[in-house]
Ligand binder design. Structure first.
Ligand code: FRU
Length: 490
């Protein structure tokens, strides 16, 4: 059978090895292949799943449709690492081949129990009328990496009051019991999050919905994640169906969190503050966290969005994951920092410092396709300052501070091939102060920008011409001083 071209549920073993090899050749010929991000060997990647530290290694799985850059039959793909930077492709972890996951092994999470790693995931099925019936399923990985799916699903009915959109369990253990939050849609077509519990990970009980003060907040909440930090309870989720408000909610779907009191598991109530978007850029969804052995809360997200086409599609692949980020809480807000392990990629350090006034300055050694760039600006009287990167004669991606609007702005209007333009080509957020620090992680087709040491982040895919490699520091309407360091990531 030839490769499918649109949404389909064709399995890998139904296509010929020759078709797969040809697809991989097409993928590998793509100039936008990433160098230090997790990306699929072919086809489409979406949500990170089951991020954990088990048996001396980090394990990270993701949603994978191998046969093309669209959302067809999903597998769990397995990668692992000892340093959060160099990831080894292990291969398929979960195949959708049972009655309870026949139309996709959808998102879920992992927890260690009795020396094994338990993977709790969503079995997606569709009946003859294509109506969905989700199941909750378990697979168990042993120390040798063998993964065995349980022959029975562990929850096979959506609880009363919810639609078939009931998925993405995120596990944790508290007081010798296991809990999971799960994304849900109420029958009135609003989104929410429910709580499940289990004493052995095999028998699960539906506890009920978590009460929040976001009763009417989109039509579905995907990929919830609950954890505690500094005596606070934090609920991350990806709500769908929010209308844009000012600079907020500009993407097709959002990803964000609320911070509140620790969850009262008996009353299932979360007393919390406002919903805050996790990232201010264009391509960030379904974030997923874990606590590592050193006690750090690490987060990774899908650097992409549902229902958006990407220019790499013609080469037979789409999407990647973000770099790993460490979370901390400051004044009720999550701060994101790239994990320091990434510094092992730093090569060929170059430095520059200057005062610029109404000019666009290039500095020797500052150019490239894959690098880390840290630049601190001191505002003089400039009305605007920033950095143009992946720039050439006609292309540039711009991160800037606009001192009139008092906003940080990421502009990908001229970034190269257009992506999701109906959702606009600029993203902005207000920020305190006039002097700002930008830390950029630039890969062949993406940028992740940490502003003021993680106070804000902007994540975006960009698809410039391979020749667009310039970096230009600029100030307009006055002067600014900058200090920059760049390392190649080879
Ligand atoms: C989020 C999502 C999840 C689902 C998975 C399927 O992007 O739609 O809700 O489990 O992707 O791949």
């Amino acid at each position: 059978m030839a490769l499918p071209r649109g949404k389909s549920y064709i399995r890998l073993d139904q296509v010929s090895q020759e078709d797969i090899d040809n697809l991989i050749i097409r993928v590998n010929s793509c100039t936008w292949r990433q160098t230090f991000h997790i990306q699929p060997v072919s086809g489409l990647l979406n949500d990170p799943n089951g991020f954990c530290f088990y048996n001396g290694e980090y394990h990270l799985y993701y949603q994978w449709h191998p046969l093309g850059p669209f959302h067809g039959l999903k597998y769990w793909y397995h990668t692992k690492s000892t340093d959060l930077v160099n990831w080894t492709n292990v291969g398929i972890a979960i195949k959708p081949d049972e009655y309870f996951d026949s139309h996709g092994a959808y998102s879920g999470s992992a927890v260690e129990h009795n020396g094994n790693l338990y993977l709790l995931y969503t079995g997606n099925t569709r009946d003859e009328n294509l109506v969905r019936h989700p199941y909750l399923c378990i697979a168990v990985m042993d120390e040798d990496g063998n993964i065995i799916k349980s022959k029975k699903s562990v929850l096979n009915k959506v609880p009363e009051g919810y639609t078939e959109h009931f998925r993405d369990p995120k596990l944790w253990k508290a007081d010798d019991k296991f809990y999971a939050v799960i994304g849900a849609q109420r029958t009135d077509k609003t989104g929410g999050v429910c709580l499940l519990s289990s004493s052995d990970l095999l028998e699960w009980k539906f506890e009920g919905e978590l009460a929040t003060n976001l009763e009417h907040f989109g039509f579905m909440w995907e990929c919830p994640d609950y954890f505690e930090m500094d005596d606070k309870g934090i609920l991350i989720f990806s709500p769908q169906g929010l209308e844009p408000v000012g600079d907020l909610y500009q993407n097709i779907y959002q990803a964000g969190y609320v911070v509140g009191e620790k969850l009262d598991l008996q009353r299932r109530e979360l007393i919390h503050g406002d919903f805050i978007e996790l990232d201010r850029g264009f391509d960030f969804y379904a974030p997923h966290t874990m606590k590592d052995p050193g006690g750090r809360r690490l987060m990774v997200a899908w650097m992409g969005l549902p229902e958006i086409e990407y220019p790499s599609d013609i080469n037979g692949w789409a999407n990647c994951l973000t770099i790993m980020r460490e979370l901390s809480l400051r004044d009720g807000k999550l701060i994101q920092k790239p994990v320091p392990e990434l510094q092992s990629l730093r090569k060929n350090k170059v430095e520059a410092a200057d005062i610029i006034r109404d000019e666009n300055k290039m500095v020797d050694g500052f150019s490239g396709v894959t690098y880390e760039l840290v630049c601190e600006f001191e505002q003089g009287d400039a009305l605007e300052y920033g950095i143009e990167f992946r720039a050439g004669a006609e292309e540039k991606t711009v991160i800037k501070y606009d001192a009139i609007q008092k906003k940080i702005i990421l502009d990908r209007t001229l970034s190269g091939k257009v992506i999701g333009s109906t959702y606009g080509t600029e993203r902005k957020c207000r920020i305190a102060g006039d002097s700002h620090k930008f830390q950029l992680f630039v890969d062949s087709s993406s940028v992740e920008i940490f502003v003021d040491d993680g106070e804000e982040t902007f994540t975006a895919r960009i698809f410039p011409d391979i020749r667009s490699q310039e970096i230009r520091f600029y100030a307009m309407g006055g002067s600014a001083e900058f200090k920059a360091v760049k390392w190649d990531y080879l």
